[in-house]
Design a protein around this ligand. Structure first.
Ligand code: IPE
Ligand code: IPE
Ligand code: MG
Length: 245
């Protein structure tokens, strides 16, 4: 292991959980007169950089939006390229993630995926299950509305009355705290059906940087911005100790 000391952003407080809408791959490629698929390939490298930086900084949970429930509406060729990339990433990166101490969790409606991909998901989750340095949640065929609906349906099937705690027990991210910071790259200022329930009090950060260009320094900039926010959770700063944290 390298002994080189890690430079950390000068921040008072780091988020426990960072969520990212990794947007802008297509535009990144188009600007270089490359096919959109090449933007997605470079997007995988950006994710690897951000995983490494989260580990260096001691951030415990990272949740990334890789494929939304609505992304099936893209041209079949692009959907196929993305599925190929997910399979390749699961095959090539799982061992390295395990070595880094990452616990991988794939969240979303996995019933739509091929048996090959579902097997790879099970294997990668199994390989990394005893790790706790960083929980990496990759949202695949995920939608915030799907998530809330499936949680409500699970409660209903169990014959339980709906409560907030009951819904939270069935949400796809039940094993992670709510995100403290949500970053969206690529310039759009919207949620696009990513986490809905879980971001009730999440700090939002939007940047024009396209996802394949996002690097450790870009993450640090988001963290510095986050650290300057005053969180109130509906209270007033003096009255709510969580807000001052
Ligand atoms: C995000 O990049 C990746 C996925 C949605 C899979 P896009 O492919 O949406 O890139 P833009 O927004 O078209 O530039
Ligand atoms: C959100 O990006 C989904 C992912 C990054 C996986 P989109 O590119 O699909 O979002 P819209 O269509 O611009 O809202
Ligand atoms: Mg997009």
């Amino acid at each position: 292991m390298s002994k080189k000391s890690v430079s950390k952003p000068d921040v008072a407080v780091l988020p426990r959980h960072v969520a990212v809408v990794m947007d802008g791959n297509g535009r990144w490629a188009q600007r270089r007169f490359l096919p959109r698929s090449s933007g997605h390939k470079f997007g995988v490298d950006a994710l690897k950089r951000i995983v490494r930086r989260c580990i260096e900084l001691g951030i415990g949970h990272l949740t990334v939006f890789a494929f939304s429930s609505e992304n099936w509406s893209r041209p079949a060729e692009e959907v196929q390229t993305l599925m190929g990339l997910f399979i390749q990433a699961l095959q090539r990166e799982s061992a390295e993630l395990a070595r880094q101490g990452v616990r991988l969790r794939i969240v979303g409606d996995l019933s739509a995926f091929s048996p090959e991909m579902r097997d790879l998901i099970v294997q990668a989750e199994e390989l990394t299950r005893s790790n706790d340095r960083l929980v990496l949640n990759v949202a695949l065929n995920y939608g915030g509305r799907w998530d809330m609906l499936q949680a409500a349906q699970a409660l209903h099937s169990a014959g339980e009355a709906p409560t907030a705690a009951g819904i939270e027990r069935h949400l796809a991210l039940r094993h992670s705290p709510d995100p403290d910071l949500l970053i969206r790259t690529g310039g759009e200022r919207r949620i696009s059906n990513f986490l809905l329930w879980q971001i009730a009090y999440t700090e939002l950060y939007f940047t024009d940087t396209l996802w394949p260009d996002f690097n450790a320094q870009s993450l640090d900039e988001a963290l510095v911005d986050f650290s300057s926010r005053q969180r109130r959770f509906g209270g007033v700063p003096e009255a709510n100790p969580r807000a001052a944290a």
